[in-house]
Design a protein around this ligand. Sequence first.
Ligand code: URA
Length: 207
Amino acid sequence: MPSLNFYGLQQCQACLLHQSATQKVDGRGPLPADIYILGEGPGNDEDKTGQPFVGKSGQFLQAAIEAAGLTTTTGLPLGTRGAVRIGNVVRCRPPRNRKPLPAEALRCQMWLNIELDLAQPKVILCLGQTAIEAFLPGRKLEKGKKVADYVGQRLPNEQQTIIGCYHPAARQAAQRNQVPKVLLEVARLIGVEPPVKPEVDYRLLQF
Ligand code: URA
């Protein structure tokens, strides 16, 4: 399966984050994929396993994906489109889980470009400010806007359908709980109806 590791991700030294990271974290899920979900950057669990979104917020995200009738299942015959691919703005864990610096995000953009080229998604879902900003002019929220203004909304982009959302590790539960709701809308955008009773166990995410 082609992936960023195949293209040399593990050898990347484009910024200094590689000095403190255990390993680079590739994307997860099928290629190509109908939906690409973009997070901020690896945390401790991701740094250890080399897989994105496998910690607590990852489990919550996975439950939301499945509740929307979607899957991250791989192993499909080569070239078959899967449902969901997941990746991050930066591929190395920032020290102490700090937010990636704008220069780090910019230097890592080439990996996102390669992955999006492989994924050819119909919809991109951005989780949190860092992911949203990766697609905005000047890589900044528009003047006077907050993340809330982008939740469930299309970002200004003529080429691609890009939707904003809170991050599943957002501080407030009311914000985290928007993730399954927006995912349902995204699933509907690509013609997937959720199973009869979409349910996410919100207790999965107790910080
Ligand atoms: N895990 C990830 O892989 N990305 C995030 O943004 C948060 C947790």
